[in-house]
Ligand binder design. Sequence first.
Ligand SMILES: C[S@@+](CC[C@H](N)C(=O)[O-])C[C@H]1O[C@@H](n2cnc3c(N)ncnc32)[C@H](O)[C@@H]1O
Length: 433
Amino acid sequence: MKTLDEFINAQVVLKKVGEKKFRDPSWDFTTANTKILTHGIHSYPAMMIPQVARKSIKLWGKNAKVILDPFCGSGTVLVEAKIKNINSYGFDINPLAILLSKVKTTPIDPRILKRYFKELRENIRRKLDQFERGQLDVEVPNYFNIDYWFKPRVSKHLVIVKEEIWKIEDENIRDFFKVAFSETVRYVSNTRNSEHKLYRIPEEKLKDWNPDVYETFVKYAERNILKMAEFYNIAKDKTAFAKPMYHNVLEKADIEGVDLILTSPPYGDSKTTVAYGQFSRLSLQWMDFDYKLIRAIDKIALGGKPAKSLKHSIPSEKLDKVIHLIAEKDEKRAREVLSYFIDFYKASKNLDELLNEEGYVVFVVANRTVKGVRIPTDEIYVEIFESFGYEHEVTYVRAIPNKRMPHRVSPSNRKGETVETMAEENIVVLHKS
Ligand SMILES: C[S@@+](CC[C@H](N)C(=O)[O-])C[C@H]1O[C@@H](n2cnc3c(N)ncnc32)[C@H](O)[C@@H]1O
């Protein structure tokens, strides 16, 4: 088994596939373990793999004092910045992303976690036993559609686990166990666990679905303590900060001094690509986040509001061309695609203001196909940043191992239509000179 650094340093043959664009197998990390350290404590859609973050920091963040991931999701970039002792900020509009990023970058001594966990599981077990003997009344919360997504007994067990976690006074420790609780909520729900969108288990299979909440929580908590132990060993003496912030990248941010922006933005609007809000909804409800805020995630995400017309001021000929081609087939779809790029352009202007001169922007992004038209998102990004005076240094094309990304996904809102997702993604490197 190769070590992570051997993977990163592997020498391979590059194949030119476009202007400053190369197919580079050294970015594939086909057999690498992507769940190392705290990267493995919670699933999240379209995660950047740690190996890509680490190699990017090594190549373009050597002298960086501050790294920003403006679409930080579960915090992969922030974890990798922390272990390199580089300060980092992360933005996201999903409160689950902020919780995960915070917990993943906060080293906690595993011995302390084990002590808390011993008491926690004993308390939970005792309460569950009382409940099963009919000695404890448990009231199921009034979350929207709760009985559709959870069996009544499952909900009652979740209430007991939750109450014991919420009693922990130390906020960092409480948040740590909330992450295992969030994974548990998802697993024990009536959703098909292989999907990121919310689909219910079919009725005929549901009657045999009797997940054990306690066992599930214990399994995730134990795994997470082991993951934290790995991270703690490396990160305990690192003084750099990691600051995940609930922030919409379409608004101005109050941070400065960024030397490297490293990020994997959404690759399209959430309605037809990845619905981050939908993925997180049940966990966030169980963690008492405001329902309106939860419902807003997919609406305020990039491309959440379809453009009213095909008029725009984005400086990209490639975009014009694809919008025109899609509009010939379906004008509404063209406006939806355009809305994503209008938001992306606005976000890019904000990001440009935050980046120091000589800084780098690295986007990890896949290209999708809509109505049979392949959208060269990576090349559109390049044209936008060139219009700000950036130099396009290079784009590397990496293969995405199949197990993590289906080649075709069906957007929930359009029956029968599939959007080709990609077996490849691009690492686009831009230099502010
Ligand atoms: C591809 S994911 C990032 C995954 C991340 N690299 C990881 O490893 O987990 C894109 C993220 O962008 C966030 N997002 C979408 N629109 C946003 C906006 N307007 N402002 C900030 N974040 C946004 C989504 O909530 C999602 O978490």
